[in-house]
Write a protein that binds this ligand. Structure first.
Ligand code: UN1
Length: 504
């Protein structure tokens, strides 16, 4: 009998009201490796979690911010101690290779220490008053109950980007992780609760963080419907993001959305070709192409196009597929059967509708043990033109579309020809071209001589156009989302001084 996991509500681990569970299986060996059973939660579970978070907010908001930061410091320490175990289990539940799940965990640790130190900043601002003997200050205040909805591709880092800043600002949290990665979420909540108990001791507050497993259709929708959830932070598809924005907007919820991408790397003829090749391999096929920041388009200058395609095809065909916890594996499986079907669908679009040319991959990988998982061969389409569907639509798998450009202006025009705008990259040794690209590329992130993936935890993360709704995660910018400004006027004149009366 495999282990049955629970929700965490009001400081207690408990089963869902439904009594039903869904299976979590290893995508590299789905028939034989059942990881555990996770609750299919109901609207009632969500309501209970939200009410506990609402109640906890009244106490948690009064815990001094440096002390809230101390909780995050202990969280970072516990995550560091358990890093190897977290990474092993994360690879087991979502497939990316162990070095990457360690990196994902490290991103969470870095976010914890950043949030811990922010407990001693959370700077407000002062401004002079129009009137004499009067002082104007402004403070950051917590917003209330935060509904956090996260994807499966960064099962540790992305929840930490949201939960840690929310907590250090004094908000309380109801967390719905992706159904495909519930175990990492479970570990994270265990760690946060352990740290809360250690730091707060007898003043422990139940309900500051709550975990509700389940589907977007039930649990996510219940977040939207609940009037006591004040803000929602979501990372996932543009389609779901639009729905959250629409309903959340109607209810005046504060909403932060991190959505799709169709990121491109440009390579100019003066670039260091070895670096540019390694970058595109890493950007396109790392995490099996399942990052929002993944390189899914490669824009090559015409003078180097043939040479680059030849070398890239050769390197790509040498990538080793397998279970990510084994040695010498470069690329893991797709996360699920459905995800592999989406990849297959787009390979068919590329071949039959777009009529692009396949130069590598294009098929399931089924040799030996690979037949046990949702593996797909790293795939490259060449002779892709900017208007093709495989050049415009997000695939979220190991598929790269290669497009030829005439010059820098043409390259940037092609790069911008998508509804998304998350990450981007240009390889060049020409400083003028590099700065021009920084200015003209429509994306939240631009790398010069680096892959499109690998944003650092303390920098603003997010995109323009259909990638989001203007907020940023990571670094200092996310703190604007999790706080409200309170303006305070202090009159020490001993008189009633009137503003908005003509004093001049
Ligand atoms: C994502 O794919 O949604 O910049 C996040 C990167 C990682 C985060 C990716 N630090 O590639």
């Amino acid at each position: 009998m495999s282990e049955k996991f629970q929700n965490f509500i009001n400081g207690e681990w408990k089963y869902s009201d439904s009594g039903e569970f869904s299976e979590n299986r290893n995508p590299a060996n789905w028939k034989e490796d059942l990881i555990g059973l996770f609750p299919k939660s109901t609207v009632k579970d969500v309501k209970e979690a939200v009410q506990s978070a609402k109640k906890a907010f009244e106490k948690w908001r009064l815990v001094p911010a440096p002390k809230r930061g101390d909780v995050l410091k202990v969280v970072g320490d516990l995550m560091t101690e358990r890093k190897n175990e977290i990474a092993f289990e994360m690879t087991r539940e979502m497939g990316k290779v162990n070095a990457e799940t360690k990196g994902d965990t490290q991103e969470g640790i870095d976010t914890a220490y950043y949030a811990a130190s922010e407990g001693r900043r959370l700077f407000g601002m002062n401004a002079p008053s129009e009137l004499n003997n009067k002082m104007n200050l402004s403070f950051r205040m917590p917003v209330g109950v935060a509904g956090i909805i996260t994807p499966w591709n960064f099962p540790m880092a992305i929840p930490t980007w949201k939960i840690f800043p929310a907590l250090v600002c004094g908000n309380t949290v109801v967390f719905k992780p992706a159904e495909l990665t519930p175990k990492t979420a479970n570990t994270l909540i265990h760690i946060i609760d352990t740290a809360m108990k250690e730091v707060l001791g007898k003043d422990y507050i139940p309900g500051v963080v709550n975990l509700v497993h389940g589907s977007g259709r039930v649990v996510g929708e219940a977040f939207l419907a609940d009037k006591d959830i004040n803000l929602i932070s979501f990372t996932g598809s543009t389609e779901v993001g639009k729905r959250i924005n629409e309903v959340g907007g109607r209810e005046l919820k504060r909403v932060s959305l991190e959505l799709g991408g169709k990121n491109a790397q440009i390579v100019m003829p003066d670039a260091n070709m070895d670096l540019a090749l390694d970058a595109v391999l890493w950007g396109a096929f790392g995490t099996t192409g399942q990052r929002c920041t993944a390189t899914s388009r490669l824009i090559l200058h015409k003078d180097i196009y043939d040479m680059f395609v030849t070398r890239l095809t050769e390197k790509t065909s040498k990538l080793r597929l397998g279970y990510g916890n084994n040695e010498n594996v470069d690329v893991g499986p797709c996360v699920s059967e459905q995800q592999r079907e989406t990849v297959e669908y787009y390979v068919n679009v590329g071949l039959n509708e777009d009529k692009a040319k396949l130069c590598c991959g294009g098929k399931r990988a089924e040799d030996g043990d690979l037949a046990k998982g949702w593996f797909f061969k790293p795939t490259i389409f060449i002779e892709v033109t900017p208007e093709m569907r495989i050049a415009k639509e997000e695939i979220f798998g190991p598929v790269l579309s290669v497009i030829k450009c005439r010059d820098l202006d043409d390259a940037i025009k092609i790069l911008n020809n998508t509804e998304y705008g998350l990450s981007s990259s240009i390889f060049t040794n020409n400083v003028n071209d590099a700065f021009k690209a920084v200015r003209d590329i429509q994306a939240g992130i631009t790398y010069i001589n680096g892959a499109t993936i690998g944003a650092e935890a303390h920098m603003p993360f997010g995109g323009v156009k259909a990638t989001g709704n203007g907020h940023r995660e990571g670094g200092w910018t996310v703190y604007d989302f999790y706080t409200e400004w309170k303006a305070v006027y202090i009159d020490y004149s001993g008189k009633l001084q009137r503003a908005q009366i003509d004093n001049y």
